[in-house]
Structure formats: C-alpha cells, structure tokens
Design a protein around this ligand. Structure first.
Ligand code: TYM
Length: 329
C-alpha cells in the first residue's frame, strides 16, 4: 500500500484553506493509503511562538484534526517534535541542499521581505525539514494545497539527488495529490491572495456564527457589474470560489446567473455565503470544543501516533545512515 504524508503548522486555528486544501483529502486518503498526518511544530518555530502558545496551538490543531474526522486507528496522527529522527534526517539532507536554491524559493523570499527582522536559518532550510518529514516515511503521495507546490518540488529534488549521489533507488519521488484534480487555492476575504493564518483574512473552523457573519459581510467587493457576462474581478471571483466549496451547485448557479445578468446584490451573496459557512462549521465547532476538553483522549492519541511514527522514522534513519557510510566499530 502506498504511503502518504502531510502536515500542518500549528500557528493558530485551522481555516477553510487548510480544510479544503488539505484536511478534506486526509479524510478520504486515510481509508485508502498508509497515512501519516502530523502537526508541524518544529516548522512553527520559525515565527518564534512563546512556550505557552506553542503547546496551546499544537493541542488546538490536534483537537481540530480529530473533530474533522481524522481517525487515529486508521492513520498515524502525530506531533513532529515527538519524532526527533526527523531532525537527524534534516541534518543529513542539509549537506546536499545548496544555498542558492534555498535562497531562491518563493516562500523564503516572501518571508524575508515580510519579516526582515527575523530571517533565521530555519526559514532558509524550511524546505529541507519538509523534505525530511515526507522522506522519513518514504511517502509516494502528499496531499497539500497549491501554495505548497514549490516545497514539494524541492522535496523531489532532494530525494532524487540523494538517490543519485548514493546510486540507490532508496527514496520514492513523492507527488502532490488531490484525487486527479488541480491542487486547491482557497482565497481570503481581503480581495487578493490565499486565505492564510498570518494574513488576517481567514475564516476558521472554530469561528462562531457571529464572527463568521461579521467577517463575510466585511469582505471586499466592488460596485457590481455594469455589462452582462462581464469578467468577474478578483475579489468577487474569490467569494464565488468560497461559495463553490461550501454551498450547493444550485446556489452557485443562482448567484452566477444573477452576476451575469447584472442583477447581483452582493449583500445577498454574502448572506448566503455566511449562512452556508455557519452550517458547515457548526458541527465541527461543537466537536472541537468537546475533544479539546478530553485531555485523556488527546494524550492517548498522541502516544499512539508517536509510537507508530517513530518506528517508521527510526527504520529510515537507520537505513540512511548505512547508505551514507556510518558503520559500527
Ligand atoms: P500550512 O500549515 O501553511 O498549511 C497546511 C495545509 O493547508 C494548505 N493550505 C491551503 N490550501 C488551499 N488554500 C489555502 N488558502 C491554503 N492555506 C493553507 C497547505 O497547502 C497545506 O497543505 N509547509 C507546510 C506544512 C508542512 C508539510 C510538511 C506539508 C510541513 N511539513 C510535509 C506536507 C508535507 C505548511 O506550512 O502548511
């Protein structure tokens, strides 16, 4: 059975981008593949969380994974830092990752521009840590959103390079995966770009009704179309993209027709969108609260995941050490 690996950084609550870009596929894949889904807490250190925030955020994402329906019996659900073998594999892979290619990645350049006061080495080698996450279980498939495409490309590069240097077909060359479709990009509410945790444009799974309605009603739009069948401007297109993921096809068709015939009232569109997001969130929100309060269950899940993930990781690191040439005396 093919192996699947994916992770999410614990830097706050999960938003609809995380859900429709990643978690939705996790739910299906856990029934069909050998899955490892983890919480990328090492990765989150690039933004310097306080010790209290770090633990709280990990707990929140774990509860949210479980509330969404990730099944700890079917998939291995674990916390990245519970598997320090990942750090060793990162160190080994770093030896064949080159400064030029790391500096050229879009996410590094973006972060360096946005937080010039904190361009740490962890940001630079982020793609190597991500490659180690994936290669440590020798994954074939990686369910992610569109924003992770370049990181996946780096993983393929590092895996292929390792295989070539040591003249072995050891690592799979992992592919990004979305059930035969394009990778998803869920937009934010601020008119441009993707929904993200740090952008302040996100709708969270744990948001309550009032918060959702308030955020959606404030979303950026424009004056409305003046000619029939005109091209949708990006902010409006974004609202329709959100509608497509949470509403029925009939609803999407109804509002598309309204736009095309210049009869659209954005207030109505937003009300409907908010309504459907509230409907989508309500059961999740309740389960998140229940599961967060069940410390014994969370602990059980974490222990189970740690054991399974460590067994797989330790095997890979042992084999990689042998391939590289470490030998016992
Ligand atoms: P992160 O934590 O930013 O996001 C987690 C997952 O959610 C997807 N995602 C989106 N998909 C569509 N539209 C959006 N607006 C959107 N925002 C987020 C991401 O594509 C991702 O699948 N580097 C990764 C975490 C990571 C990882 C890994 C992933 C670390 N190691 C190994 C896969 C395999 C990240 O920062 O994702």
């Amino acid at each position: 059975m093919e192996t699947v690996v994916s992770g999410i950084r614990p830097t706050g609550k999960l938003h609809l981008g995380n859900y429709f870009g990643a978690v939705k596929n996790f739910l299906k894949m856990q029934k069909e593949y050998n899955c490892y889904f983890f919480i990328a807490d090492y990765h989150s250190l690039t933004t310097h969380p306080t010790p209290g925030d770090l633990h709280g955020n990990v707990k929140q994402v774990l509860a949210e994974y479980l509330a969404c329906g990730l099944d700890p019996e079917a998939a291995t659900i674990y916390i990245q830092s519970d598997v320090p073998e990942v750090a060793e594999l990162t160190l080994l892979m770093n030896m064949n990752a080159y400064l030029g290619e790391l500096e050229r990645t879009t996410s590094f350049k973006d972060k360096a521009r946005k937080q010039p006061e904190n361009v740490n080495a962890g940001l630079l080698t982020y793609p190597v840590l991500m490659a180690a996450d994936i290669l440590i279980h020798r994954a074939a498939k990686v369910p992610v959103g569109k924003d992770q495409e370049q990181n996946l490309e780096m993983t393929r590069k590092f895996a292929g390079r390792f295989n070539r240097i040591y003249n072995q077909e050891y690592f799979n060359i992992p592919q990004s995966f979305n059930y035969g479709e394009e990778l998803v990009k869920i937009p934010g509410l601020d008119g441009s770009g993707k929904m993200g945790k740090s952008e302040g444009n996100g709708l969270y799974l744990a948001d309550d009704e009032k918060t959702i309605r308030k955020k959606v009603m404030k979303a950026v739009t424009d004056q409305g179309p003046t000619e029939p069948n005109s091209v949708m401007p990006e902010p409006v297109r974004n609202l329709y993209t959100l509608l497509e993921v949470v509403s029925t096809p009939d609803t999407v068709e109804y509002f598309t027709e309204k736009f095309n015939s210049c009869e659209i009232r954005y207030g109505d569109l937003k009300k409907q969108l908010a309504e459907d997001i509230v409907k989508f969130n309500a059961p999740l929100r309740e389960r998140i609260l229940d599961i967060s309060a069940d410390a014994a269950y969370l602990q059980k899940v974490v222990n189970m995941g740690k054991e399974k993930a460590q067994a797989s990781a330790a095997k890979t690191v042992k084999e990689v050490r042998e391939i590289i040439g470490f030998k016992p005396f």
